[in-house]
Write a protein that binds this ligand. Structure first.
Ligand code: GLN
Length: 551
């Protein structure tokens, strides 16, 4: 039977619960246990697809087309495994399933209630996500004390009771503030989090103490006594330079063996974290550094800059850099600045490479195209991701092919030259306001052109079938390169170096490149979703390599 580890948060969200969950997963995998990670998001949205990235961070896409909270991305990056969409539970999914069953007569004659029906649906889904694994780590989003967490904690407690002793371990990730005016690390909020968890009938077995500095003996004792657990179950987790350090630190504290012992298990093999350690060293003190400009849109939220909307791109660069002993400095640039002040484009010359990430709508689009024109002409390495590919095609159509009115129909429905256009099926969905989960989502494979840069970069990561080379990446978009314009663009030197063949035989462009440029590659996909530490994505690896070449 699968054993469960429940990770909850106290005091503040955003202090590293996801990274702790991912790190623990990595450690337990290293100890020889088949482990999976599950995320509970207590919001009423069905999934993260309709959330605003500036508020909630990036929308993560799974191989099977789920649009999910970015924590699932952290899990994959640490576990080096694809995690399916069933490993994400939201309140919206639970209630919708129960309501759909009620309407279908499944509960005929019964009063449908919070207990047992909602709780049973949660338990069923947890079991489905956990099955085929020896250990399932379940991260409960938000913090204990959030009203919306109650049903999930109740369900987890219920599973624990059904499965009996040593079936479940509870981990509380808490935060210990050091207010400036006091200058002392305070344990009181942690004590309150422990009490709140107690109100749900849960006593933590392990407490991970996040703080600016390591926990001292006095505070450790206070927490140990308050929670009534042994001091070696209170784990200090101070701020560190890179999140990838955390599995190493937790393993050094012996967390893996301690959690296994709590579940009545023992280690099956000595963890081998040597390669991971080497990569962490390369991240912390690289031999050289490159600067990458990310020209995006979602960079400001109130008084704060939200780079979380691009977290996977940043991580993919770090993975590629770590492999090449190269540090990454990011220059986050709001595309709109180029619209109001084109002289700012020269900032791009100071970068070793430029990325235009995915995006939606009209804001910043003209600025992005100015940036693309600049890097194309000045031969600065360019990686375009999704919208970054579509706009590269439009820019080329306008400035090289002479279609000055070219555009994407996402920006101008009536453009004279719709270089990027919407799929007919997508048009119907938009007309009926059917927005949730209806984009082209998940993994699709592409046939890549022989001898193209894309084929070279993916060597070792591609599949050869019937003499053709296939690569597979994840997607999240509605618009496509309009096939009508492909010959005109190719005539002028843009090469579409990969396409997907749809069931009806239609060819959807997946990659483009400029053979005359040192590195100008763009893709309709989101290769950032397939990058892991120790296993970087080929496009990012090639891009970082190109950034390292002195211009
Ligand atoms: N807005 C574009 C589309 O829907 C690109 C999407 C993206 O960059 N993820 O096709």
């Amino acid at each position: 039977m699968t054993k469960f580890i429940v990770v909850t948060g106290g005091v503040l969200s955003g202090v590293g619960k996801g990274v702790t969950t991912a790190s623990l997963g990595k450690i337990l995998k290293e100890h020889g246990y088949k482990t999976t990670l599950i995320k509970i998001d207590p919001y009423i949205n069905f999934d993260a697809g309709t959330l605003r990235p500036t508020e909630h961070g990036e929308v993560w896409v799974t191989d099977d087309g789920g649009e999910i909270d970015q924590d699932l991305g952290t899990y994959e990056r640490f576990m080096d495994e694809s995690i399916p969409k069933k490993n994400n539970l939201t309140t919206g999914q639970i209630y919708k399933a129960v309501m759909d069953k009620e309407r279908a007569g499944f509960y005929l004659g019964q009063t449908v209630q919070f207990v047992p029906h909602i709780i049973d649906e949660i338990k069923k889904r947890l079991k489905e996500a956990a099955c085929d694994h020896e250990i399932a780590i379940v991260e409960v989003g938000g913090t204990v004390g959030d009203y919306e967490n109650v049903p999930f904690l109740l369900a987890l407690k219920g599973l624990d009771r059904e499965m009996g002793a040593q079936s479940t371990a509870y981990v509380l990730v808490t935060y210990l503030p050091i207010p400036d005016h006091i200058g002392e690390m305070k344990t009181k909020p942690t004590q309150q989090a422990i009490r709140l968890l107690g109100q749900e009938g849960i006593l933590p077995d392990f407490i991970i103490c996040r703080a600016k500095y390591p926990l001292d003996a006095v505070r450790r004792k206070k927490i140990e006594e308050f929670a009534n657990i042994s001091s070696d179950h209170v784990i200090s987790a101070p701020d560190i330079e890179t999140i990838y350090q955390i599995p190493l630190d937790l393993e050094r504290e012996g967390l893996g063996v301690k959690v296994l012992a709590h579940l009545g298990l023992t280690s099956r093999k000595q963890p081998n974290l040597t390669q991971w350690q080497e990569l962490v060293t390369a991240i912390k003190s690289p031999e050289r550094r490159v600067t990458v400009a990310i020209v995006g849109k979602y960079l400001e939220s109130g008084d704060f800059s939200m780079t979380d909307s691009y977290v996977s791109i940043y991580q993919a660069l770090i993975h590629a850099g770590a492999q090449q002993n190269c540090g990454i400095t990011i220059n986050w640039i709001d595309a709109k600045t180029f619209e109001t002040d084109p002289s700012k484009l020269s900032e791009l010359a100071a970068a070793d490479g430029v990325i235009i990430p995915g995006g939606f709508g009209t804001a910043g689009v003209e600025g992005k195209m100015k940036a693309i024109e600049y890097v194309r002409i000045n031969k600065i390495p360019y990686l375009g991701l999704c919208y970054g590919m579509q706009l590269a095609a439009v820019e080329f159509a306008r400035n090289v092919c002479g279609f000055s009115q070219a555009n994407t129909t996402e920006v101008d429905k009536d453009t004279l030259h719709p270089i990027i256009d919407i799929l007919p099926t997508q048009k119907q969905l938009l007309e009926s306001s059917d927005y949730g989960g209806t984009m082209r989502l998940g993994s699709y494979s592409a046939v890549v052109k022989k001898e193209s840069s894309v084929e070279h970069l993916y060597q070792g990561a591609s599949v050869i079938k019937d003499g053709q080379t296939f690569v597979s990446e994840r997607h999240r978009h509605r618009y496509e390169v309009n096939p009508r314009y492909v010959p005109a663009l190719e005539d002028k030197g843009l090469s579409f170096s990969g396409y997907h063949v749809r069931e009806d035989g239609a060819k959807l462009m997946e990659f483009l490149e400029l053979p005359e440029h040192p590195f100008f590659i763009a893709t309709q996909a989101h290769p950032e979703f397939k990058s892991r530490l120790g296993n970087p994505n080929p496009l990012f690896a090639g891009f970082v390599k190109a950034c390292s070449v002195k211009r």
